[in-house]
Design a protein around this ligand. Sequence first.
Ligand SMILES: Nc1ncnc2c1ncn2[C@@H]1O[C@H](COP(=O)(O)OP(=O)(O)O)[C@@H](O)[C@H]1O
Ligand SMILES: Cc1ncc(COP(=O)(O)O)c(N)n1
Ligand SMILES: [Mg+2]
Length: 824
Amino acid sequence: MTDIQASMENTLNAVSINNHSKQRNTIQDGIYLVTDPGMSMARLGKPSHGDDKQWHREAIDATLDLVKQTSEAGIRTIQLRWKGVDAGYFLDLALAAYEEAVPGTSIIINDRIDVFLASRQQGADIHGIHIGQTDLPAPVVRAMVGQRPHIGWSAASDAELEAANAMPDVIDAVGTGVLRHTNTKPNAPHAMGFEGLERACAISKHPLIAIGGIVPEDIPQLAQIPVAAIAMVSAIVAAKDPAQTAARCLQLWHENRPRSEPFVSICCRLCNVNGTIMNNQIPRILSIAGTDPTGGAGLHADLKSISAAGGFAMGAVTAIVAQNTNGVTSIEMPSDDIVTAQLNAVSDDVEIDGVKIGMLGTTDVISTVRAWLEQHNAPVVVLDPVMVATSGDRLLVPKAEAALLDMLHLADYITPNIPELEVIAGVAQGSIDSPEAAQSAAQRVAQRFHVRVVMKGGHLSDEVLSNAIVDESGVIAQVTCPRVHTSSTHGTGCSMSSALATRLAAGESAQDALSWVTSWLYESISHGEALHVGHGHGPVDHMHRLRRLASAASNRPWPSYRLSAEELLSGEGDAADSPARTNASTSTSSPQIGRPTKLTRDWNTDPLVPAAGPWTQRLWNASRPIVLGTQSLPFIQGLADGTLQTDHFTAYQFQDFLYLNQYARALACLGSRAVDDRERAHWTTSAAGISQEEQSLHRDWLSHHDTSNIETATSPITAGYTDFLLARTCGEDYLVGAAAVLPCFWLYAHIGLQLVAYNREDHPFHRWLSTYGDAAFTQSTARAIAIVEHHMETASPELREQAARAFMTACQWELEFFDQTDRD
Ligand SMILES: Nc1ncnc2c1ncn2[C@@H]1O[C@H](COP(=O)(O)OP(=O)(O)O)[C@@H](O)[C@H]1O
Ligand SMILES: Cc1ncc(COP(=O)(O)O)c(N)n1
Ligand SMILES: [Mg+2]
């Protein structure tokens, strides 16, 4: 820091409020109003009596009135600009404007750092200052005002924008323009137009405020350009009704600005409909269906499925059904009037993007729903021709079958199960017994009813279940999934049809929608039993994927960070862990919040490569919940039973390849710091082994599989894990580094040895699983465990705790690493 900066900072620290805070004032998006009492003065004209003071007072009053009215109209950022005026007048204006504006309005002072500092000294929390190219240099201003105030800087040319980029810590926003030539600034730069603004956005690393000759009619186009705010001067200040004009400008901004990115991208990320939700609109889906008080089927399942698929769920009841997982006990049908009134209540008020129709029950309800459907053109209609429940109970009176068939053509898609397909196709019960037979029946139905038929394989017996969409010309989309051996299939048809309606309404293609729904339902069915709901055909866990993704996206500290030193390292160091602790920690550290998944085979949480003594046994005991969570991951279970999608495994391979590059560096770094020759040899040999052998397996896999659909850049999880390892191995005590790299040996070997048990000649990942039993890797793991044990013995309690934390954190990274590619 220069002397001048230092001395200014010292003097001004006393007067700048909150400048100790590192947090910067940010700019609020939207319309940014620039007021100028000089304009009022010109308009008012110098009073004939020549009273200068009075003239300034009137201009201040007019400006304050403007500040009050426009902030009440919703303007959130107001800049006070008053060129060439004496400091006293400007200070009066700033203090009064701060009082007059609606609380929360950001007041920004143009040019005058003296006025800015003086008003803050007087207790006005002025938001920031805006300076031009010929004002004091921005770094000097930053030194004068301290860390917190917002600094805006004018930059028009490419060179000026680049200069702003070079001051990332000094400047918070850049004012750029002019859009058009303007009279408010006589020496304004050359008009840059919309293209110029677009170009400026591409160059600038700062939020941009567009300024210069902007009128309300420009806002729709400007809102499409990624500027943070639009500065308006005369268009509002000189308007007949500034408040009304301000409100109109804000309305134009909100109507035309694409929905704020974070919200939409979070929704899209969770539901993986990125790029397919049209116009950033969450699809509004209406389910018209019967109820299930146990929440597994009907309307209740639809609401969950629509939500899980990324839509906003609405529902109209067509039948009140007393049912549970054992069957239906009673059904009451609502009057036609109340069915119609429910449907109208929705369509009178809400724009509907998609409709799912489920149980209709009787001819009366069918004709009521049909009449409504004929009058309301929903973009997507999926009709599930519900006839008989999974429990075997009839949900459609036999004489209503004809009426149901008579309305199929009103749907875009129908989703019959195999027995329903037989009824619709008019073939004998039990005659459709293969996917091929189902497809040809579906095609005939499509031709007869002019509707796309979703052919569902749940009722067939193939181990690999096939779902397809068939139109008049044949199969247009197809996807397979492994059959889950479970009785938890209550409501699968309802769930499928409503999720499908949602994905189609979001704009997905038939193929993409069918793929998403099938894999989501597969995960939901796989985890249905773990819900422990009912004693018959249990429901599916609709929210499983959403909970898993929410947990992966959570920014809450990992549970392992909350463990005390005692919890990390206490205990006898024997293999038996307290069950109470395992359960308690599992509920939060495992990605499936709630009960851990029931594993398809008995997976062991005792280490298959044994601990080398009491210290490493304690480390393992502390990490047991993470071991259990890792073993339960859909990725690991899918790798075991071969159901993992090849694309997901390939994406994992890519990340693993990138990971190993850095992991080898971490091991080499640890080697360079080992005092003991054999330890050094161990780490460096492992590093060399990775570079030479392991990665060639990855290369081999990647060269034989399609990588066009997968992400090939380093993922945040891969980067986070490797940065963590490099920081521990290069920058912390040797033991901490060794404990950090240990889970990649130990937890990986433990999981790998259990995966080997699933290997068979025809396993889809046969070659890969064969590598997991590798004796050399098991030996090398045992050696790494022994090194950590040896150094734990002699370490201080503080160092042991640090090492245990590094170990636990790396275990959690292992879990996240396995989980990362199985997400859509
Ligand atoms: N055992 C299962 N394993 C995997 N997926 C299944 C299973 N049972 C049903 N599904 C999924 O649920 C969908 C609907 O199930 P299905 O039994 O065919 O219809 P419904 O529930 O209407 O009788 C199937 O297309 C399939 O995607
Ligand atoms: C109200 C209602 N609608 C539909 C079903 C069909 O259930 P599934 O999806 O298991 O065939 C159901 N059991 N209850
Ligand atoms: Mg069923």
